[in-house]
Design a binder for this molecule. Sequence first.
Ligand code: ADP
Length: 341
Amino acid sequence: MEEKSLLAGEYSREDDREESLRPLSLKDFQGQEEIKSNLAVFIRAAVERKESLDHVFLSGPPGLGKTTLAGIMAREMGADFKVTSAPALEKPKDLAGILTTITASSVFFIDEIHRLKPALEEMLYTAMEDFEIDWIIGQGPTARTIRIPIPRFTLIGATTKAGQVSGPLYSRFGISLRLNFYETAEIRNIILRSSSILETRITGEACTLLATSSRGTPRVANRLLRRMRDFAQVEGNGTVTEDIVRLGLSRLGIDGFGLEPHDREILRVIIDSYGGGPVGAETLAISVGEAVESLEDFYEPYLIQRGFLQRTPRGRTATDQAYRLLKRDRLEPNHDQGNLC
Ligand code: ADP
């Protein structure tokens, strides 16, 4: 596996093995207390009224639990769960095929909903609002539209880029939830839960150190835990200790903030090649050999949250904290810093 994908929140093939770690109930889903308590109310109300849950919009950086939460909602509703992602839906018939075969009260999850094609988005409007789809039969002057009724269902749309979802689509979701990075104590609980499922011994100190290096992201925490388990097995006595975590993190190039070499490279390029910024996302992405999508989705949110990077209308700028991290002197004050988008 490439080193840089170890910390990225995005899904990788290795995460197939993570299925066993996925919480199946709200009770097992750690953190995000406000979201959980509100959801518990909405789910209970819908179940008591014997109705489907209102459509739910989930946003936030990758690896924070959007897919997991959608599965839990279906489970707690006692409903079928269908999963797809917008890039997999090519043509209207792909979406119509799913919508016409779902059962009443099903939960239909569309990941990366900001990437839905316009024609498919139009189809979703009537599906979400009127529980019907418009289908065109025939061609040319004889073409006509028929309305096909579909069962009442719950659409859960997830995105890492809430700002790219159109107003008309967004307005059709009755519930909108934004997942934020987890606190260290919450990540600690996730690591403890996962190590018990994986039957891996881990000391309290090791767990805390690992939690602080996991970018506030459950998927990263689980991946790092598996790597530390490897180090413990080969370089230690099988128990993940603080020394093993220190060794493992240093071998993987991860520092005490949870930053990996690629994060530091992004900051280094902004400082050394662009005088601390501002530099546009596309230019920066090319300079660090990264796709704009992964720069924006996987690296920037955490760098911003930890105060190393700022987004301004004219581009990305490195903060004083980034200069300190990389031991660079700031040559002149950066006037764009207070000018946030
Ligand atoms: P997303 O859809 O936001 O990219 P996922 O729902 O796929 O993220 O979560 C990634 C992994 O992290 C899951 O496999 C699950 O094991 C773990 N996870 C996510 N959120 C939590 C949580 N709140 N508690 C425990 N584990 C979690």
